[in-house]
Design a protein around this ligand. Structure first.
Ligand SMILES: Nc1ncnc2c1ncn2[C@@H]1O[C@H](COP(=O)(O)OP(=O)(O)O)[C@@H](O)[C@H]1O
Ligand SMILES: Cc1cn([C@H]2C[C@H](O)[C@@H](COP(=O)(O)OP(=O)(O)O)O2)c(=O)[nH]c1=O
Length: 195
């Protein structure tokens, strides 16, 4: 079973995934992430740091996804393990759908077409949702660089549209709840679906 965790910067994904290590330990899941599960992530980090052009950055994110699938996700699924990924293909559709606006016509359709021949669609996707103002408050306390509020609003709008279009795959998570409640809810839902 392939489970993905999505949401805007500061929505609590890393914190949630950290909690899932303990909460799901008996299921022995492979807990992984995009970008950065393989060395290709280093190229992505560099492109983010150097503010490269949006097409180059997008294609590096896609390369990171391809390497993640080939070297981590597919082998783990073949071994019968549950895979939980902090960000996955929907991050591209939501974020690069915004960054490629005005650069490539209909970017989300293009992004889906680029992924379709080689990606694996997740069985279950948790979307952490909270007001952008709250995410920014959390991020300000934590780090220097993050997307600006206007971009995050548009990214979250994309995510919510994807969730409406695929209600059987997406589960909305109230990211304003305390960390333990978020983790408990997600862990219970993964156990229920894994049966
Ligand atoms: N449920 C929560 N309630 C309050 N603060 C949270 C919650 N989850 C995470 N945080 C805090 O918000 C900040 C961003 O969380 P993080 O997990 O890094 O988000 P993301 O990985 O989605 O960017 C961190 O400082 C974290 O401690
Ligand atoms: C995986 C992915 C991430 N991103 C963005 C989201 C973040 O702003 C940045 C780094 O991702 P990440 O390290 O997951 O940041 P965070 O912990 O805040 O969620 O890259 C994309 O734009 N496209 C993608 O496909």
């Amino acid at each position: 079973m392939l489970v993905t965790i999505e949401g805007i910067d500061g929505s609590g994904k890393s914190t949630l995934v950290e909690g899932l290590h303990a909460a799901l330990a008996d299921l022995d899941p492979v807990i992984t992430r995009e970008p950065g599960a393989t060395w290709v992530g280093e190229a992505v980090r560099r492109s983010i740091a150097e503010n490269t052009d949006p097409v180059t950055e997008c294609l590096l994110f896609v390369a990171d996804h391809a390497a993640h699938l080939a070297h981590v996700v597919r082998p783990a699924l073949a071994r019968g393990q549950i895979v939980v990924s902090d960000r996955y293909s929907d991050s591209r559709y939501a974020y690069q759908g915004v960054t490629l606006e005005g650069v490539i016509p209909d970017p989300i359709t293009w992004l889906r077409a680029v992924h379709a021949p080689f990606t694996l669609v997740p069985d279950l996707t948790f979307l952490c949702v909270l007001p952008v103002s709250e995410a920014e408050k959390r991020l300000k306390a934590k780090r220097e660089h993050f997307e600006d509020a206007e971009v995050l609003e548009r990214v979250q709008k994309n995510y919510l549209a994807f969730a409406r279009a695929e209600p059987e795959r997406f589960v909305l998570v109230d990211a304003l709840l305390p960390q333990e409640d978020v983790c408990g809810f997600v862990a219970d839902e993964i156990r229920r679906r894994a049966q």
